[in-house]
Design a protein around this ligand. Structure first.
Ligand code: DOR
Length: 450
């Protein structure tokens, strides 16, 4: 149980407005919003000039446990997440062994219990052979089913049409897809290999993992969802063309939603010469014009959710040639800060960033009592100083892999404090040891109806 705490004179950014007020926390929840005397013995935090945001709920991370823990684990990566203002995460199934059964899912929840700084949920992976596991998912056992409709890191891939049809018609939970057409990519790899050998320049990655491959696969996912009335969330959209598949406007009535990731909104193909394999990821970072289209789509509510796709690999792994260097980059510590930097540059409003990183995620997945600054909600909160800045240095990184594509950047704004279930976990530039023993992350609750 956390101690009482009051944040006074903060600017609460919530549900489209910015309101100067106080927020009082009791027993891990928001007890009262508005000026009133803090409870006797409560800790009082003066927040003048600072924004209070609902913590980011990141619907796409790879924390690598079990089996790949040399890259990251639930303890290290959740600590980096709270430093970056992420208070809840939903974690992907491409670990070892892959999360393909309800038993493997429960094993992950048990690993996270008492070790995660942030609140957590896990996806069940789809394969050609686990339809029964998908069918039998009870609400709350998984945040969704992850369907790799294109192969990426790991060996999860669903390419048989009959299996896709069955998943889309029967999944009781949200279907989250990775969309890239694998046969098209394999053909491109063979052509590029014939030209360059194994040592293909990293700047060729978006030509190999091509925009046509993205559009073909995203189009297939959307048509399956329409035909079966399935709840579909297409992850990490990267091209201007794909955006036409999604409706602009409020998310509430949408059966099909779309996500963009922080790195696709920040980097572009112009960055391959400088960063090379460090920004190799799937789907690939594409043209500056694609990035601009994604930003526009965020602002017109065609992109509903912004996530990270945090996918750490070691520096040694990234040092290999094109086919050796794995795809993915660590992002949770700076994704929200990169969006707040864009707010300072007038790209988005801070209210929009809060909606895409918190409210919309809670709504889409049916997360219970989180994602808003409302009385009764869990106190998952982020105190931001918009006047300060964050210098991304190697020493400040909390990832087990110990590198970041943002190294050297100075991001406008700073996260002064993160609270998870009312417990301060990040303050004064460091992760706080848990006062009462275990880190405060809890299993997320869901109320999702197909
Ligand atoms: O770049 C990526 N890395 N994309 C994925 O889909 C998987 C991820 C990983 O797990 O490394």
């Amino acid at each position: 149980m956390s101690a009482d705490l009051s944040l006074v004179n903060v600017r609460v950014v919530n549900e489209g407005t910015i309101t100067g007020t106080d927020v009082h926390i009791r027993d891990g929840r928001i007890a009262h919003i508005g000026p009133r005397a803090p409870a006797a013995g409560a800790r009082v935090i003066e927040g003048a000039g600072r924004w209070l945001l609902p913590g980011m709920i990141d619907d796409q991370v790879h924390f690598r446990e079990p089996g790949l823990t040399h890259k990251g684990d639930l303890a290290t990566e959740s600590a980096a997440a709270v430093a970056g203002g992420i208070t809840s995460f939903m974690e992907m199934p491409n670990v070892r062994p892959a999360t393909l059964t309800r038993t493997a899912l429960e094993d992950k929840y048990q690993r996270a219990a008492g070790r995660s700084m942030a609140n957590y949920a896990f996806y069940l992976g789809a394969s050609h052979h686990n339809l029964d596991e998908i069918r039998r998912l009870a609400p709350g056992q998984a945040c969704g089913v992850k369907v790799f409709m294109g192969a990426s890191t790991g060996d999860l891939l669903v390419e048989r049409q009959d299996v896709l049809e069955a998943i889309f018609s029967e999944s009781p939970v949200l279907i989250a897809t990775h969309c890239e057409d694998t046969p098209m990519i394999r053909a491109n790899e063979a052509r590029w290999r014939a030209r360059f050998g194994d040592d293909i320049p990293m700047a060729e990655h978006p030509a190999i993992r091509s925009r046509e491959a993205c559009l073909a696969s995203s189009s297939l996912a959307v048509s399956l969802a329409r035909r079966h009335g399935a709840p579909l969330h297409v992850l990490h959209i990267t091209t201007a063309e794909e955006l036409a598949l999604f409706e602009a406007g409020p998310m509430a009535a949408k059966q099909i939603t779309a996500e963009a990731c922080a790195h696709h909104l920040w980097f572009s193909s112009d960055d391959y010469p400088r960063l090379g394999s460090l920004i190799k990821c799937n789907p690939a970072i594409k043209l500056p014009t694609d990035r601009e289209a994604l930003v526009r789509a965020v602002n017109e509510d065609r992109i509903d959710i912004i996530a990270t796709d945090h996918a750490p690999h070691t520096r040694e792994e990234k040092a290999g040639h094109y086919f050796q260097a794995p795809a993915g980059l660590p992002l949770v510590q700076h994704a929200l800060l990169s969006l707040l930097d864009a707010v300072q540059r007038g790209v988005y409003s801070v209210e929009t960033v809060v909606r895409k990183t918190s409210h919309a995620v809670a709504e889409r997945y049916g997360v219970i009592d989180r994602g808003y600054i409302r009385e009764g909600c869990h106190a998952d909160l982020v105190l931001v100083d918009p006047q300060a800045q964050t210098r991304v240095t190697p020493e400040s990184l909390l990832y087990k892999c110990a590198w970041s594509p943002f190294e050297g950047e100075v991001l406008r704004s700073r996260i002064d404090m993160t609270l998870v279930n009312g417990v301060p976990v990040w303050e004064g530039g460091r992760v706080l040891p848990a006062a009462a023993g275990a880190p405060p992350g809890q299993r997320l609750g869901f109320d999702f109806r197909r």
